[in-house]
Design a protein around this ligand. Sequence first.
Ligand code: ASP
Ligand code: MG
Length: 411
Amino acid sequence: MALIVQKFGGTSVGSTEKIKNVAKRVLRSQQQGRQMVVVLSAMSGQTDKLISMAAEMQPLPDLREMDMLLATGEQVTVALFAMAVKAAGSDAVSLLGDQVRILTEARHTKARIREIDTELIRKHLDAGKVVVVAGFQGVTEDGDITTLGRGGSDTTAVALAAALKADSCEIYTDVEGVYTTDPNICAQARKIDMITYDEMLELASLGAKVLEIRSVGLAKRYSVPLHVRSTFSENEGTWVVEEDRIMESMLVSGITYSRKEARITIKGVPDQPGVASKIFQPISNAGIMVDMIIQNTREGQLTDITFTVLRADYLRTMDILKQTAAVVGAESVTGDESIAKISIVGVGMRNHSGIASTMFQVMANEGINIMMIATSEIKVSCIIAEKYTELAVRSLHAAFALDKTKPPVEE
Ligand code: ASP
Ligand code: MG
């Protein structure tokens, strides 16, 4: 019998009425002859509410107690859900992370799953029950409750699907799937039917919010087919699968943007061994993540280094860098907070040249200056002035014909 793991996010279980509807939907799947494991988030807004209550108790809440508190959000929805299934004349059982035994590391509020015991779940499935598991939580070897980090219910669902060798893992959310770009800024954005794990990883890390990134990495590692779809319609959503399952891959699958970054330049540093290390060591010691880095050597043994950090870290990084500049004898330190990173992503880029140059041409046609460029095997990113974000996204979307269904790769 097919086994499906279905995960419903906070907006899908945001009220008792919604929970009843989701229960009916799960039962329809079960009646088609499937064993059903359901993973739920807390009601939308609940986790945030708990976090702010904790802050009223302690400015920096104790992490063990934080996990005790946060895990309650999901306990509410799984219990209500099991009741809804029973009221509809079927049988269900709700289970918390420690009851299943989702064993995690002891890193409170950011725990990683080490192992899942499937015995209890199997027993209930074999008895014909819908098994409803609280997302986002686990337990340490010592019996302490842990949580997996924000959005962690996706990871619970994928990890369960892997452990149970489920046929697929369906992630239900409030949108129809993964889009070619953000529909809020590009009306032509289209739902993607199929995408590879690697593309999804790039899109997720570049700011697409549909799937928690850790869960995609896990799905890739264990080859769990993911289906991201809407709770509020019967339409097929987006399948995230292995590359060889996609017949017609696209040159570019999606376009993302991020307005969360800032650019910093340190000018005129001596071009000698050890300088980059002197510049970046204090930044990394401060726990600041650096994204793109460009170094340009000028004549006269001097070099300029430009890099990006999260905007939230901008002022702190500038402070650190000004101190370093004095030490290494740099000419100046300048920065720019109003930048955006625009990226195109697609596995088709691996075997086709000219994708990056098309991107640059599109920017040129729109009069948009490119400040920095970075590439990976399946991605090209450009840093531009933030005010051109929408224009760049829309023009690229049109240029790569993402509004058309399945443009085939040219041979
Ligand atoms: N309730 C948790 C959160 O809001 C986990 C989740 O919904 O995935 O982050
Ligand atoms: Mg979520």
